[in-house]
Design a binder for this molecule. Structure first.
Ligand code: DC
Length: 228
């Protein structure tokens, strides 16, 4: 890893508030924001587009070999193009949402994405959110946070997000979909969702976004990672 850069790893289950918290933390300390889940979603999007079965490891590996994922910096966040296309909000839609945990369970996909994520240090200091950032991608960073919230609270937050994007919401359906995904994410053989050694656990149920961001920023300042 480039010695000049600082990595802030933010892991946790779906809808634990990681995205908003990580984006705002990055803004507050002047680091670049990385949504690692968006890369897993991008590959899922490409599979859907090309009719590749996300459970077929060989077909997915072949796709990874022939496709090209290019990284770029936009608005202090890392973005990507797949074969020259930006999938945009399609990575948040139902076909991707329902398949992404199967893609994230594939060893070849994880190797491919972990390499891309490590390459992002070329852009500068990062706040990177995901599931395995503190355990696998950057295990040596001293700045690891595990963000959690009660499942019902997470389902409410995710339902509100889906409602905004698609105009419909059903908290119970979202809760069972989240539970299915949590189960897959934490029981898969490769890089399951785990609390990294030395990670600070923040349960954000009942906390505002600002309070969570403040907790992390204060911690980074105390550690001298950013100017006080
Ligand atoms: O954070 P998200 O909901 O956009 O993540 C989408 C999927 O990718 C989810 O099933 C978890 C998985 N993921 C992962 O396995 N490792 C990461 N570092 C980030 C996301």
């Amino acid at each position: 890893m480039n010695k000049q850069v600082t990595i802030v790893a933010v892991d946790g289950p779906s809808a634990s508030g990681k995205s908003t918290v990580s984006r705002r933390t990055a803004q507050a300390v002047g680091f670049i924001y990385v949504d690692s889940g968006a890369l897993y979603r991008g590959i899922t999007w490409k599979c859907v587009k090309e009719g590749v079965d996300v459970k077929d490891a060989q077909a997915v590996t072949n796709l990874l070999i022939r496709m090209n994922m290019e990284l770029f910096l936009r608005d202090n966040a890392v973005g990507y193009m797949i074969d020259g296309e930006d999938p945009g909000q399609e990575i948040r839609a139902e076909p991707v949402r329902e398949r992404v945990a199967d893609i994230a369970a594939q060893q070849a996909v994880r190797v491919y994405i972990v390499e891309k994520l490590r390459m992002m240090t070329k852009f500068g200091s990062l706040v990177m959110e995901g599931r395995d950032i503190g355990t696998v991608v950057f295990p040596d960073t001293p700045f690891k946070y595990y963000l959690d919230a009660d499942p019902e609270e997470r389902a409410r937050r995710r339902a509100a997000e889906i409602h905004q994007q698609e105009g419909t919401h059903d908290v119970n359906a979202v809760l069972s979909s989240l539970r299915r995904r949590d189960q897959k994410d934490s029981s898969r053989a490769t890089a399951p969702l785990q609390i990294a050694l030395g990670a600070k656990i923040i349960n954000s149920t009942g906390m505002t976004i600002d309070q969570v961001v403040d907790t992390i920023v204060t911690d980074l300042k105390k550690a001298g990672a950013v100017p006080a």
